[in-house]
Structures are given as structure tokens and as C-alpha cells.
Design a protein around this ligand. Structure first.
Ligand SMILES: [Fe+2]
Length: 232
């Protein structure tokens, strides 16, 4: 299975934010990525979150997310989008996938002996899912650990796991889930998890821990040609 990957487009009308995020360039970059994924005949496209960035008016955020959906619609490639913290603090889940399209809500799948598992880790440590009105992105903890264990057990063959925030202990600490160590030990105990793909930490990183590869995609909003095709 050939998969097109990108993360952290942070699309908004701003020219520049945080000194290095070229927010308003990301619509063009998503189109360029989709052109490349289409040319490479990808079976699936995955966006690992932070699709949009904030605007003063929610109406503009809705229009921005619609503009992204319209681009994704043009290529006829199945596309899943995980929510990132920026998405979760501006949209509740149903509004987000209502605009992007329900088919873009990630669901576990398997192909050719490999399983793809998607983890929405946009949860605060009190167990509440991210929603508009809160904004502490460093308060992140995945509460559905028992369910994750079951999903891993049920999954066939080798497993690739996808999430926005970071499990990789090599990433800068404030980007890492509060219960990442517990989740990593579950992944290691499963014995079939090959690679964990993440976004969120914008510089990107590749590392290995406990026999599992951790790939953190660099942020699309900070780079040109920042999309990847992997064979899984
Ligand atoms: Fe981000």
C-alpha cells in the first residue's frame, strides 16, 4: 500500500506566524502534495493534523477548512485527516468532519498483512477531548489505553500507528503525551508495531526506541515540498 503523508499545514489567512509558519501558503502546498500523491498513484493520503490555524472569526476558519476539503475532493484518493491541537481548539469533532467529510475521519484498516491504527490523542489530562474554549496544547494525555491494547491485539500482521502528538521520547518534552511511556510499553509488548508516525513537533525527527521506529513529519507550513510517500 502506497501512502501519501503530510502534517501541520496550519492553513489560515496569515502571511506569517510564530516567525516561521507561512500559513497562507499551505493551500497551494496541499494542492502540490496531492498532485504528487496522485502522480505516484498513492492508495491513501494521511494528514496527521493541524490542518488549519486560528482566525479572528470562526466563519473564516470554516471557509478555510472548506477550501482544504475542496482540494482533497479533486483527486479521488481516500484521505484521512487526524485532528491536531489547533484543529481541536477551533472545531469540535463533528463540525470538523462535517466540513472535511465524514469519510475523512480516520478508521483502522489493514492491507497486505499490515494494519494501520489511528489514534486521536487530542485529550486533556482530565479526560476531556479538545474543544473550542480551551487551548492548553501541552495538556495532552490519551485516555483510551485499554481500548488501544484491544485494537492492537485484533490488528493483523505488522502495525503502523498514526497520531498527531508525540510518543517519541526524543522529541522536545512539552510535545509528548503525559502517558507516552505507558503507551510505548504497550506498543512494545504487542511486539508487532513497526513504525509510529507523528506530527506536532514541527522540526521533525526520526528515532528508534524499544524496536519501534518513530517518524515525526516536519511541518508543511514551515517548509516547501514537505510531503512524503511511503510504502507500507
Ligand atoms: Fe502544528
Amino acid at each position: 500500500m502506497k501512502i501519501g503523508l503530510f502534517s501541520d499545514s496550519h492553513y489560515s489567512s496569515k502571511e506569517l506566524s510564530c516567525k516561521k509558519r507561512y500559513n497562507n501558503q499551505s493551500l497551494r502546498k496541499i494542492k502540490e502534495a496531492m498532485e504528487a500523491f496522485s502522480a505516484a498513484k498513492c492508495d491513501l493520503v494521511l494528514c496527521l493534523g493541524d490542518v488549519i490555524d486560528s482566525e479572528p472569526e470562526h466563519e473564516t476558519e470554516i471557509a478555510n477548512l472548506r477550501a482544504v476539503a475542496e482540494i482533497l475532493d479533486q483527486y479521488g484518493i481516500d484521505t484521512f485527516c487526524l485532528m491536531g491541537n489547533h484543529d481541536g481548539f477551533r472545531f469540535d469533532q463533528d463540525e470538523f468532519y462535517g466540513i472535511l467529510g465524514e469519510s475523512r475521519r480516520p478508521r483502522d484498516l489493514s492491507s497486505g498483512g499490515t494494519s494501520l491504527i489511528f489514534v486521536d490523542a487530542c485529550y486533556h489530562c482530565d479526560g476531556e477531548h479538545y474543544h473550542p474554549g480551551r487551548s492548553d496544547w501541552k495538556d495532552v494525555c490519551y485516555p483510551h489505553v485499554t481500548e488501544l491494547k484491544d485494537r492492537l491485539q485484533r490488528a493483523e500482521g505488522e502495525i503502523c500507528l498514526f497520531l498527531h502528538q508525540n510518543l517519541d521520547p526524543s522529541v522536545e518534552a512539552r510535545h509528548i503525551l503525559h502517558n507516552a511511556a505507558e503507551i510505548r510499553s504497550i506498543l512494545e509488548a504487542c511486539g508487532r508495531v513497526k513504525t509510529v508516525y507523528q506530527g506536532h513537533y514541527h522540526p521533525g525527527l526520526m528515532s528508534e526506541h524499544g524496536g519501534i521506529s518513530y517518524v515525526t513529519l516536519p511541518a508543511m507550513c514551515e517548509n516547501e515540498n514537505c510531503f512524503f510517500v511511503v510504502e507500507i
